[in-house]
Design a protein around this ligand. Structure first.
Ligand code: ATP
Length: 244
């Protein structure tokens, strides 16, 4: 569904992405993990069209979209759930959802989907007429995801949904992404919380200082060790008993 090939992004003298290459197949939940400043948000914003690349290709459903506007990419089926949620806090939950629905031509389908989402995220139904700013961080994250889903995306890009959330809510939000994947939404998730993201992803990449590699865990128990090796570019070496 998505192919990113040798993508380079610069902010002045900073090389935020240095030849990023990755792919996402239809129906997958793919994670990109990496530390602060690795280039994760830049990668998603470039795929969504909010940031321009200096070089490289972005192919979505077989078409090169690297020069399309962000609006065209939304129309083609790409939706971004941005970092720190970026919902409209002074608008109600209902109004935030209506923004997601505004580009839809199939009004009846959009209303039906909104009602399904209110069943999936009951708190949004309970707080429907309240300002979104009164929701907790995890609830705002649910609203941001629901709003993006209302654009009826083929591919959902999710930027650090765990940021600022208590561990219980992180599990809930990541569980929601798994549920959406199981219902057929293709998801590209970027996360600093690497082990949590790896636990839910079909496949993963590690991004560090603008460079990306596919992460291949050899076994369940080897996950933490091999992730560490991919992060720091060390060879997968045996570790003494009991050491992570
Ligand atoms: P975090 O997990 O901290 O959000 P990230 O992996 O999402 O980090 P990016 O936000 O993509 O990383 O940043 C990648 C690099 O590009 C960093 O060095 C950052 O300081 C720099 N950068 C990001 N946005 C800009 C900008 N608008 N102008 C200049 N430099 C930027």
């Amino acid at each position: 569904m998505l192919e990113v090939i040798d993508l380079h992004v610069r902010y002045g003298a900073i090389n935020a992405l240095r030849g990023a290459t990755l792919s996402v197949e239809r129906g997958e939940l793919v994670a990109v993990v990496g530390p602060n400043g690795a280039g994760k948000s830049t990668l998603l914003m470039t795929i969504a069209g909010a940031v321009s690349s200096a070089r490289g290709e972005i192919r979505f459903l077989g078409r090169e979209i690297g020069r399309s506007s962000p609006e065209e990419r939304v129309r083609q089926g790409i939706a971004l759930v941005p970092e720190r949620r970026r919902i409209f806090t002074s608008l109600t939950v209902a109004e935030n959802l209506r923004i997601g629905m505004s580009a839809r031509r199939d009004r009846a389908g959009a209303i039906r989907q909104r009602d399904e989402l209110l069943t999936m995220f009951p708190i949004l139904g309970e707080r429907y007429a309240s300002p979104a700013g009164q929701l907790s961080g995890g609830e705002q994250q649910q609203l941001a995801i629901a709003r993006s889903l209302l654009t009826k995306p083929e591919l959902l890009l999710v930027d650090e949904p765990s940021l600022g959330l208590a561990p219980r809510l992180v599990a809930q939000v990541l569980g929601t992404l798994v549920e959406l994947r199981d219902q057929g939404t293709t998801i590209l998730l970027v996360e600093q919380n690497a082990l949590k993201a790896l636990a839910v992803a079909n496949r993963a990449y590690v991004l560090n200082r603008g460079e990306i590699r596919e992460h291949r865990a050899t076994s369940e128990s080897g996950t933490a060790a091999s992730l560490f090796d991919t992060y720091f570019g060390l060879p997968a070496s045996p570790r003494p008993e009991g050491q992570p």
